[in-house]
Design a protein around this ligand. Structure first.
Ligand SMILES: [Zn+2]
Length: 182
């Protein structure tokens, strides 16, 4: 799944969260994108360099042309950031601390849940990394061209608008007494 769609799914998580969580939209959006930080700073620059691109940033095809990336530490950093086991260790200890911590955990998990079915074959996710079990997903959203990606972004953006409308009627108990809902 592309990072913009992930950001919007995170934004939807933030919108769904109770309004007394400060900066809930920003937290949702940020943590919804966060797992792909390993992609942006490690995997794509390294693979782009390996592929000999002038601008060292890999495209989808480079993964198919250079499967040796699978054994490189950069790819393993990506697998780690997409592991449910890592998520449980990094987020669950803070679950009870605050609403913001819960929202961050949910938004981060939304990214992993969206990526698990959308990577197939050798590029499937390892949901319990470092336990070497590859989940063979159902389709390859990461190889999509600009049109399906745009459709995915527009659909998710529309879903956000719908959720935002619905949230005017569906309130958390803590919001029913709020005098100045934002
Ligand atoms: Zn991802």
């Amino acid at each position: 799944m592309d990072t913009a769609t992930h950001a919007l799914v995170g934004l939807i998580c933030g919108e769904l969260g109770p309004k007394d969580i400060k900066h809930r939209h920003l937290i949702g959006l940020g943590f919804g994108m966060l797992p792909d930080i390993t992609n942006v700073i490690f995997v794509h620059p390294y693979l782009g360099w390996l592929a000999g691109h002038t601008i060292p940033f890999a495209g989808g095809q480079d993964f198919l042309d250079f499967p040796e990336i699978l054994d490189h530490w950069t790819y393993h950093a990506w697998l780690l950031s997409h592991s449910l086991l890592f998520w449980a260790i990094a987020f669950l200890p803070f679950w009870k601390r605050s609403g913001a911590a819960k929202l961050a955990a949910v938004a981060y998990a939304s990214h992993l849940i969206a990526d698990i079915p959308s990577h197939t074959g050798i590029y499937g996710l390892e949901p319990f990394y470092p336990i070497p079990y590859i989940f063979d997903g159902w389709f390859d959203a990461w190889l999509w061209g600009p049109v399906p990606i745009a459709l995915s972004i527009v659909t998710t953006a529309l879903l956000y608008v719908v959720v935002r409308q619905l949230r005017k009627q569906y309130l958390w108990p803590s919001e029913r007494t709020l005098q100045h809902p934002s």
